[in-house]
Ligand binder design. Structure first.
Ligand code: HEM
Length: 400
């Protein structure tokens, strides 16, 4: 009903796919003229679900649903079928099947992605406990947690991302309507990243503390990338339906910006261990220079402080633990005392949370210089199955 992609759409597709280096603006400079932004298209069908390896998106909605009383496996299967059909259509720039709201009319797909996951509680509600991955066991408590349970976890989780705010909202409403009487929204969060084309060159995104964030993310071109981020097709302890899937850890992390902004730039840089201006390690070089963890100043003090965030979160300090961080910033206004309710919707992807997020967060919890300036306020852990093949819906191998 709405529009067909012409050759410009095909270009957007290729460039979108080339944007592999997550955390970077991830599009060549020539791909960002405003007229082409809407034509970017991600594929719904594929080995992995979309919204995991592509570059950061300008707009995001995270939404968790709980199945309604009386909804079980059958209703859940029908819901995933509806959601998959909606995702396929919207990601191709078509209208929703029923009662389209016209909110995205005139816009291209704008690299829209919809990604679906299952929480721990889903399996009990649907009688599928035997299929529940061990990796979904609840995350341990961390000493600095101040979690709001009503904004944590949930039976089902949907991540929506797009480079246009109206396209993203359109998808959110469509997904909510599809849920019908089968499931109700448990919590919902809105996020954003820098708009493509805002910087002269593609570069690593900044977060609301002003830091370059995403520099050391694993890159899809690295030989161990798949092994670290995705569940293998066979030979793992995960149930077969999780083949090519991944586990998403979601943390709503408030930034205590009033405190953070009191620090001098030098103090801020010591907290992270990297330069604020260009993301280079304090030990020298450019953003991509290897950090020298042993380097000392003339008094013999470590140049990258012992509690610097970028030192202690490194895989080589955590038994090789690696995760793909793909966050959104958020800003939900100001508290009555003027304190910003803003920070990071931290989303990280890994083949096994017990070997990635958990050991790193344990370590950060014990002594990260950043922890004085952040507060974990909500948490979720979701099993995100592999991508749906043509004619299949997401999660079909679990639910049929
Ligand atoms: C690195 C910021 C929370 C894991 C970094 C870097 C920054 C940063 C600026 C350095 C640049 C880079 O490599 O990306 C933040 C902020 C956070 C936060 C502002 C909270 C608001 C977390 C959490 C985890 C985490 C909760 C995981 C439990 C990592 C990892 C690296 C990293 C694994 C890369 C380490 C490396 O390989 O060198 N973070 N981070 N971060 N962070 Fe965070």
């Amino acid at each position: 009903r709405r529009r067909l992609l012409g050759t410009a759409g095909a270009t957007g597709l290729v460039l979108g796919a080339a944007g592999g280096a997550v955390g970077y603006a991830a599009r060549p400079a020539e791909a960002t003229p405003l007229a082409s932004l809407g034509t970017g298209q991600s594929m719904f069908h594929g080995k992995h679900q979309p919204g995991i390896t592509q570059g950061l998106q300008a707009r995001g909605h995270l939404v968790a649903f709980d199945l309604a009383a009386g909804s079980g496996r059958e209703e859940a299967a029908a819901l995933l079928r509806r959601w998959s059909e909606t995702a396929r259509r919207l990601m191709a720039g078509e209208a929703a099947k029923q009662d389209d709201t016209d909110v995205a009319r005139d816009a291209g797909p704008s690299s829209l992605t919809l990604t679906f996951g299952f929480g721990h509680s889903f399996f009990g509600r649907t009688g599928l406990e035997k299929q529940r991955p061990v990796a979904l066991d609840p995350l341990p408590d961390f000493s600095s947690d101040q979690l709001d349970k009503s904004r944590s976890n949930g039976d089902l989780w949907v991540q929506i991302g797009a480079d246009d705010a109206l396209v993203a909202f359109h998808a959110l409403r469509a997904i909510q309507k599809d849920a019908g009487s089968a499931a109700r929204i448990r919590w919902q969060m809105n996020g954003f990243n820098r708009s493509p084309g805002a910087t002269a060159q593609p570069m690593t995104a900044r977060n609301l503390m002003g830091q370059m964030d995403g520099t050391r993310n694993p890159k899809p071109t690295e030989s161990d990338f798949d092994q670290r981020i995705f569940v293998p097709a066979s030979g793992s302890k995960d149930p077969a339906w999780m083949a090519n899937g991944s586990y998403a850890v979601v943390r709503r992390i408030r930034m205590l910006l009033d405190d953070w902004e009191q620090l001098s730039v030098k103090e801020q840089e010591d907290v992270v261990g990297r330069r604020k201006s260009n993301g280079a390690p304090l030990s020298g070089g450019t953003e991509t220079t290897e950090m020298d963890l042993e380097k000392t100043d003339t008094q013999g003090n470590l140049i990258v402080p012992i509690n610097a965030h970028a030192r202690i979160s490194r895989p080589d300090q955590n038994g090789g633990a690696a995760m793909l961080r793909r966050p959104f910033s958020y800003h939900d206004g100001f508290d009555t005392d003027g304190v910003p309710d803003a920070g990071l919707l931290f989303v990280c992807w890994q083949a096994d949370p017990l070997r990635a997020f958990v050991p790193v967060q344990r370590k950060l919890d014990r002594g990260d210089a950043l922890s004085k300036f952040i507060r974990h306020e909500a948490s979720g852990l979701f099993a995100v199955p592999g991508g749906a093949a043509e004619g299949e819906y997401v999660g079909q191998r679990l639910l049929e």
